[in-house]
Design a protein around this ligand. Structure first.
Ligand SMILES: [Fe+2]
Ligand SMILES: [Fe+2]
Length: 475
């Protein structure tokens, strides 16, 4: 089951050939997907040969192969991790029962909603990033952008497969709707707000893949614990692909910082204007982008207290991050967890039933990991001998969702009045001027081995290829 049938029109490891109705339905969806890719996929990229990895197996070793592909011919398909025989539900009210191989009627609506919400983020990020190829700082980066984009496309396939196979006509309609919503479009936007924001430049792209793709990782982990076994297996395999997206983000930001630090040392200056004139992105601007992407992403975990989160967990639809490794009763009925609220002009903790706080639990797990990469970025700065430290803002900073929405909270966690916030917001979030400056640096570099002035080359190439390899060939 782990090998993938590439003779099929739709590559898969789910014996699609044996299920003719499903195969027909997906083959009917396929041209609509390709049309969406033509319209909303990376702009002007249709004829390029791109050095991409394609999934060829779900085995841990050697699951992908590399080669030149024109993206519209990428072999998007359906790959699930192999089933574990006798898998049991390991949390919630059904703990100890057999995992479900079909959708229990009473959970159908909630499962559909979970799958559609996850599925919607996949094409959304492709739409958000569709102009970036025009301003890639190198062929190496252009290739990485396209790799992320084709895999987000495949993640959409993963969710549409579940909708078609397990949700009948409703599922097919959801599959069409996933191709109809558009990131940032007023009439028919994507479901979650962070996926309607623009990704206008490469600093935003790297911050997005570092912070927001990592939200994806945590959501996928929580779903990979699901009692609905096909969802668990498909999200497990998606995680294999996701790791590269976060790598692109972490190393991308790191290389920008490295280049800025080099120029700071050459010019012996930390003056933002001087550095901008030298064509690199000053560290305070990087901090403001970090603040923006961090705060928009922590909102994605949802309201601090949520009865939906409790229901999803208790009914076994969505677990916690690393559910299987936790040493508690996996039912959580008598446990509590702290959430934040503003009381008398201060942020204070309040204990609430753990089940209702599971969004907050996942958010806190996420923040721990997101913060560790920022430490690695700081090491780049300290190795350059410079006294500057990037900081992860307080999780209450700039929130639009949950109990903290509507409060004004500084990156240090101080509660402010609206007026105080307005006076200082320009120091904390990217200004129009910051964005215009970063945009002014963008321009495509398309010679192998050449890099834009504002970013350092990577330490190593992709798949052991040299850094000056022609990762993309223009035709
Ligand atoms: Fe994805
Ligand atoms: Fe991703």
């Amino acid at each position: 089951m782990s090998s993938i049938d590439y003779n099929e029109k739709i590559p898969n490891n789910v014996n699609l050939a044996d299920d003719r109705a499903l195969k027909r339905a997906l083959e009917h969806w396929q041209p609509n997907y390709l049309e969406w890719w033509q319209d909303m996929g990376p702009e002007g990229s249709q004829d390029m040969d791109v050095y991409l990895r394609t999934a060829v197996s779900v085995d841990k070793e050697g699951w992908a192969q590399f080669g030149y592909v024109k993206m519209p011919e990428y072999r998007w398909g359906i790959f699930l991790n192999p089933a574990k025989k006798g898998r049991k539900i390991h949390f919630g009210d059904h703990k100890g029962e057999d995992a479900w191989q079909s959708v229990p009627g009473e959970y159908r609506a909630n499962l559909r909603r979970i799958i559609v919400t996850q599925g919607d983020t996949e094409p959304a990020s492709v739409e958000q990033q569709r102009h970036l190829g025009l301003t890639a700082p190198s062929l190496y980066d252009l290739r990485n952008l396209f790799q992320v984009n084709v895999e987000e496309g495949r993640h959409l396939w993963a969710m549409v497969y579940l909708l078609h196979k397990y949700f009948g006509r409703d599922g097919r309609e959801e599959g069409e709707a996933l191709l109809e919503r558009r990131s940032g479009e007023e009439d028919n936007p994507r479901i979650l707000q962070a996926f309607n924001e623009k990704t206008p430049d490469w600093l935003s792209f790297f911050m997005f893949t570092y912070f927001t793709d990592r939200d994806g990782k945590y959501q996928l982990h929580a779903l990979s614990e699901s009692s609905f076994d096909p969802l668990a297996r498909t999200t497990r395999f998606m995680l294999t692909e996701e790791a590269h997206h976060m790598f692109v983000g972490e190393t991308g930001v790191s290389r920008i910082i490295e280049r800025t630090c080099n120029v700071m040392n050459e010019l012996k200056s930390d003056d933002s204007e001087t550095l901008r004139r030298a064509g690199v992105i000053d560290l305070p601007t990087i901090q403001r982008y970090l603040n923006f992407h961090f705060s928009v992403t922590v909102d994605l975990f949802g309201a601090d207290e949520s009865s939906n989160a409790a229901i999803y967990y208790s009914t076994g639809l969505k677990g916690r991050y690393a559910e299987g490794k936790r040493k508690d009763d996996h039912r959580l009925k008598n446990d509590h967890y702290p959430v934040l609220e503003v009381r008398d002009g201060k942020l204070v903790e309040r204990q609430v039933p753990m089940l209702n706080a599971l969004n907050e639990v996942l958010r806190d797990d996420y923040i721990r990991e997101a913060a560790s990469g920022v430490k690695r970025w700081n090491r780049v700065i300290s190795r350059a001998g410079l006294p500057f430290e990037l900081k992860v803002p307080h999780k209450a900073f700039h929130r639009k969702i949950g109990a903290l929405a509507g409060s004004f909270i500084s990156p240090e966690g101080d509660v402010l009045t609206e007026e105080q916030w307005q006076q200082r917001a320009d120091q904390w979030l990217p200004t129009d001027e910051d964005r215009a400056f970063v945009a002014s640096l963008m321009g495509r570099v398309d010679e192998p081995g050449q890099f834009a002035n504002w970013i350092a080359p990577p330490a190593i190439g992709i798949n052991n290829q040299p850094i000056d390899f022609d990762y993309v060939r223009f035709n």
